[in-house]
Design a protein around this ligand. Structure first.
Ligand SMILES: Cc1cc2nc3c(=O)[nH]c(=O)nc-3n(C[C@H](O)[C@H](O)[C@H](O)COP(=O)(O)O)c2cc1C
Ligand code: SF4
Length: 464
């Protein structure tokens, strides 16, 4: 990226490969359509409108683009789920809720490159046959909502949205819908309920897979902001060339959001699987803080299972089996899953040895207890119980057996709920207890074992 300068003065690391973030923070770049058109904007939409719809879907399938919102589901395959016999309207929703703690990538696209998203959405809408589309933006991004609304108006004015786009006969309207600040509105069926004007109670799958029974019970494609941006680039260079970046089954680039105990936290767009955790932390992020050691990493947003710094991970099977330290893990969907965690939303949270594990887990548990929609009992009650127990651990008011209770509560949520929030809230506790039991227990007080904890017993235990 020579010759390009950046407003923040922060030049992309040599191991970055910027595609979706190519223009983010660039001097000379702004969110206007004039700037976008000046650099070849909307050319891929024009190209797409002349292609058979199925060819676009096949191209996205061939590229192997996996969803960047959390689950890593293949995008083209999802598009292909719309029943061929469908006669109902089809909708496409861009999930701009970006609520997973540790994740901060979509907001940059919304703020600085909204036309890239609109072009990707328009191509996607054309391919799946949607004439009406929504961008669901979380309440906490009011500025982003205004910028995207302005960009939509500009695209309308230039004939890239509205009726008979570029004389193709294709009509498309995109509306911005502002959320009201609930994490569960990022879950696609909760989001759909919210868009319908209801409480965001997630729907049970099956039968409510959005591609078959989504918005107003019509086929609906829900994709993340970053995923939809990639669609334009796949068309631009072709699926084969696009899939040459990244690694097999983990193609393309993705934006890692690194936070926590590193010298240079921030966003880094990398080829999926081409950089290791060690390269991300030690090279791209400038290493840990002086004098500190790595304790753990949560690799894919706060709901991903924690990886301990001294673990040895066995990945692959049979002759392909190999052992990896945390530093060797390639940052891709499959390897992180094989290591027992997930790439999730790309939020890499680095924890050094200055952090109390009890405090970290309690912080996470407070978030999930607050965000449970309350629809199913294990999640509603369990997330609160987990928070209450870790509140007690942090306050020095827990007994060692509380850690077993904590683990039991998590295990009884996992797999027993309507939506994947159940896993999102129980996996942190499960993995922290499995991997840091000793430290959690060391923050408890054996003398409180079996005691009814109240002001009196605490005073007595403290010897006062
Ligand atoms: C509790 C919960 C919260 C979620 N939050 C988000 C979110 O903020 N943004 C997002 O894109 N996906 C989020 N997802 C994933 C969405 O349900 C959905 O899988 C995703 O938007 C699909 O897009 P993709 O295939 O492009 O990744 C969340 C999932 C769960 C279970
Ligand atoms: S798992 Fe939690 S967030 Fe999901 S539907 Fe049940 S109560 Fe709501």
């Amino acid at each position: 990226m020579s010759g390009i300068s950046y407003k923040s003065g922060r030049v992309p690391h040599a191991k970055e490969h910027r595609v979706v973030f190519r223009n983010i923070d660039r001097v000379g770049w702004d969110s206007s359509i004039a700037t976008y058109l000046g650099e070849g904007g909307y050319e891929q939409l024009k190209k797409a409108l002349a292609l058979p719809k199925q060819e676009i879907i096949d191209e996205v399938k061939k590229a192997g683009l996996r969803g960047r919102g959390g689950a890593g589901f293949p995008c083209g395959v999802k598009w292909g789920f719309i029943p061929p016999t469908n006669t109902k309207p089809v909708y496409l929703i861009c999930n701009a809720d970006e609520s997973e703690p540790g994740t901060f990538k979509d907001r940059y696209i919304l703020h600085q490159d909204p036309h890239q998203l609109i072009e990707g959405m328009a191509i996607a809408c054309f391919a799946v046959g949607a004439n009406l589309s929504y961008i669901y933006i979380r309440e906490e991004f009011p500025e982003a909502a205004k910028i995207v609304e302005k960009a939509i108006a500009e695209a309308h004015e230039k004939g890239f949205l509205g009726k008979n786009i570029q004389g193709s006969g294709f009509d498309l309207e995109i509306y911005v819908h502002r959320g009201a600040g609930a994490y569960i509105c990022g879950e696609e069926t909760g989001l759909i309920e919210s868009l319908e004007g209801k409480r965001p109670y997630p729907r049970i799958k099956p039968p409510y897979f959005p591609a078959a029974m989504g918005l107003y019970l019509c086929p609906t494609i829900v994709n993340n902001v970053e995923t939809l941006c990639h669609v334009k680039h796949i068309l631009e260079i072709g699926a084969d060339a696009w899939a040459k970046t990244g690694t097999p089954n983990n193609t393309g680039t993705r934006i890692l959001c690194v936070s926590g105990d590193v010298q240079k936290p921030g966003y880094y767009e990398v080829e999926v699987g081409k950089v290791t955790m060690g390269e991300v932390i030690n090279e791209m992020c400038g290493g840990l803080k002086p004098g500190r050691e790595l304790k753990a990493v949560i690799p894919g947003g706060s709901s991903a299972k924690v990886l301990r710094a001294d673990e040895v991970f066995t990945v692959g099977r049979g002759d392909d089996a190999r052992q990896l330290t945390i530093w060797d893990i390639p940052m891709d969907f499959d390897t992180l899953a094989a290591c027992g965690s997930m790439a999730g939303s790309g939020g890499v949270i680095v924890i050094d040895d200055s952090r109390s594990i009890s405090w970290v887990l309690n912080n996470i548990n407070n978030f999930y207890a607050h965000e449970s929609c309350g629809q199913c009992t294990p999640c509603r009650e369990g997330s609160l119980w987990m928070k209450k127990i870790t509140d007690r651990v942090v306050a020095g008011k827990a007994s060692p057996s509380d850690i077993d209770t904590l683990y039991g509560v998590a295990k009884n949520i996992d797999g027993r709920t309507i939506c994947a929030f159940g896993e999102a809230c129980s996996w942190p506790t499960e993995s922290f207890v499995e991997k840091f039991r000793d430290e959690l227990v060391s923050d408890t007080r054996p003398e409180l074992e079996g005691a009814i904890v109240n002001a009196e017993t605490l005073t007595a235990a403290a010897g006062l």
